[in-house]
Design a protein around this ligand. Structure first.
Ligand SMILES: *[C@@H]1O[C@H](CO)[C@@H](O)[C@H](O)[C@H]1NC(C)=O
Ligand SMILES: *[C@@H]1O[C@H](CO)[C@@H](O)[C@H](O)[C@H]1NC(C)=O
Ligand SMILES: *[C@@H]1O[C@H](CO)[C@@H](O)[C@H](O)[C@H]1NC(C)=O
Length: 273
């Protein structure tokens, strides 16, 4: 009897273990940017991440300026944001500024997408004619029925970015918390002014892609502004400081276009036609 009992009990243990793993899969799967859990392995880290390898409309992409098709139907970006309370969050793989309440929206094809959060990648994920920038911000918007639009803006090194300037101290606090080993440190920031993101965009590129982190959800409308913002090296370093070494570079490699078109809005051409 003894051997049989041992078999049953050990398979029970195995079963319990498997259930435990399956239940925690969604949260515990750690994706990275190099090595065994790097971008080319994301798709096999979890069934929920399958699109990362099987998807055919993935992001980021390289935008070839001359390949972008001017679309006279694209409207000027109507962004309506107000000052709003926000929280800085260390996600481990990036730093996010999450808005507590309704901060505002952007209208795309007549539909409202609400700004939920913004986060940073370095170096940039999208490239323009193969050029990579030191940093890229993703402003993630969601419609009431769950569709996603992300407005992406590149940063190059230069003058201080006034938007980042206002969260400087809070970012330093977040860094301290992260150093204390707090994995998902959060710092309430108070009211953040959003005026910097309401300026008229003279030019933008638009295509349909995916989230650039697992689960790599598709059907995301990407709007990439033509105007590059400036940031100091210190500001960029402050945004990377709370992240551990393996996430300081949190840029997913360029994905194949697979026949997708990139559209161009250009206020100057629009005026001529
Ligand atoms: C931000 O939060 C504070 C404290 O909860 C509140 O008094 C204030 O009205 C909020 N401000 C905005 C712009 O939401
Ligand atoms: C919203 O998302 C659904 C499913 O992802 C998609 O079929 C639909 O075309 C999207 N709608 C818009 C307006 O993007
Ligand atoms: C960051 O990682 C990507 C691959 O994920 C690689 O292509 C790129 O060269 C790296 N950049 C830096 C600055 O290390």
């Amino acid at each position: 009897m003894a051997p049989l009992y041992a078999t049953i009990s050990s398979s029970l243990v195995t079963l319990t273990l498997l259930v435990a793993i399956a239940n925690s899969n969604a949260i515990l799967v750690k994706f990275g940017y190099s090595g065994a859990n790097g971008p080319d392995r994301w798709g096999c880290l979890s069934p929920q991440f399958a699109l990362c390898s099987k998807g055919t409309r993935q992001s980021p992409i390289n935008i070839i300026k001359n390949g972008a098709v001017f679309n006279p139907k694209l409207r000027p970006l109507k962004r309506d944001y107000v000052a709003s309370n926000a929280t800085l969050v260390d996600n481990g793989f990036n730093i996010e500024l999450k808005f507590d309440d309704a901060v505002g929206n952007v209208i795309v094809d007549g539909k409202k997408y609400w700004l939920k959060q913004m986060h940073w990648h370095s170096p940039s994920e999208h490239t323009i004619n193969g050029e990579r920038f030191p940093m890229e911000i993703h402003m993630v918007h969601k419609s009431d029925d769950g569709n996603i639009t992300v407005i992406a803006i590149f940063y190059k090194y230069g003058h201080p970015d006034p938007f980042l300037f206002q969260i400087k101290e809070k970012l330093a606090e977040l860094n301290k918390e992260a150093r204390r080993g707090d994995d998902e440190a959060q710092i309430p920031v108070g009211v953040v002014r959003t005026k910097a993101f309401k300026r008229r965009a003279r030019k933008y590129f638009r295509y349909v892609g995916s989230l650039t982190t697992p689960p790599c959800t598709e059907n995301v409308i990407w709007i990439i502004l033509g105007k590059v913002r400036e940031i100091t090296k210190e500001q960029a370093d402050a945004l990377r400081a709370p992240l551990s070494k393996e996430y300081k570079n949190n840029s997913r490699p360029i994905q194949p276009l697979n026949g997708r078109s990139v559209e161009l809005y250009d206020a100057y051409i629009s005026k001529q036609t």
